[in-house]
Design a binder for this molecule. Structure first.
Ligand SMILES: Nc1ncnc2c1ncn2[C@@H]1O[C@H](COP(=O)(O)OP(=O)(O)OP(=O)(O)O)[C@@H](O)[C@H]1O
Ligand SMILES: [Mg+2]
Length: 258
């Protein structure tokens, strides 16, 4: 059974259709990339899946359950998390505190009464937070104020925060954007490692990273699915090439090489 499925998923902003009739399906432990030219509707798609914004039409199923009308915080409790690109980060709190708050939010749904009644749950919160930092190799900066982190560490903290909610599926929107090549390679390795244990959906413009990292790729173009396939299939797809080349000059081609 797919872990996540959408049927005829549509998102309108006024009369504009940012996502149109998207049929999408991801298997457990798959590492799926979602790519497409600027403005294709990728971020909108992730936001609708995460429940940050509501769908205008169609259906979203998570583990076979219809979550289309389930609010975002509840989806987090069910195991669906999106890294929120520093918007979710408390700059004045330490790196550890940021993860701890996320761990608390993730655990609260299931265990709120026990959490209040039993302090053992708080030890679990600390363990989950520490584990998330460990996995993103941020343990060394655990006591640093989040606002003082380098750009690369902030981006990784963003993933750690999502991970601290203990998701079954993790949505990453441009996790290496703005990183140096070195930071981006390091993050690539960390994402690969995460993907062995959880399902990962990733939006990224770095084609070298995507082609090497993902099991399969979905290409969005003007709000619709243009193509789906293995990295090799997508690289060879003429329509995909045209969508990119006909789009914005700053978008990298699919030919590979920086
Ligand atoms: N809240 C909104 N209100 C109106 N239009 C929006 C809103 N959010 C997104 N859009 C529009 O929907 C389209 C898709 O935007 P989206 O951010 O999903 O694209 P994207 O594929 O993530 O692009 P990028 O690669 O640049 O991040 C764009 O034309 C954008 O202007
Ligand atoms: Mg986007």
């Amino acid at each position: 059974m797919p872990i996540l499925q959408t049927k005829d998923l549509t998102k309108r902003f006024g009369a504009f259709e940012a996502n149109k009739d998207i049929d999408f399906s991801v298997e457990p432990l798959e590492l799926r990339a979602v790519i497409g030219p600027n403005g294709a509707g990728k971020t909108t798609f992730f936001n609708v899946i995460a429940g940050t914004i509501s769908a205008s039409g169609g259906r979203i199923e998570f583990e076979g359950r219809d979550v289309t009308r389930v609010r975002g915080s509840r989806r987090v409790h069910l195991g669906l998390a999106k890294a929120f690109q520093t918007a979710n980060l408390y700059a004045e709190q330490t790196v550890f505190q940021n993860c701890r708050l996320a761990a608390l939010a993730g655990i609260q749904g299931e265990f709120a009464p026990q959490l209040i009644a039993r302090s053992t749950r708080l030890a679990e919160v600390d363990r989950v937070a520490a584990d998330a930092l460990e996995q993103l190799e941020l343990a060394g900066v655990a006591e640093v104020r989040a606002g003082d982190l380098s750009h690369g560490d902030k981006k990784r903290l963003d993933i750690a925060i999502a991970l601290a909610t203990r998701p079954k599926i993790l949505l990453l929107d441009e996790p290496v954007a703005g990183m140096s090549i070195e930071e981006s390679r390091k993050t690539d390795v960390l994402i690969r490692r995460l993907a062995q244990k959880i399902t990962v959906l990733i939006i990224e413009h770095d084609m070298d990273l995507i082609m090497g990292l993902s099991d399969s790729i979905t290409v969005l173009h003007q709000g619709r699915i243009l193509a789906q396939g293995t990295p090799a299939e997508i690289r060879a797809n003429q329509r995909v090439q045209e969508a990119y080349l006909g789009g914005h000059a700053e978008t990298e081609s699919l030919g590979g090489g920086r």
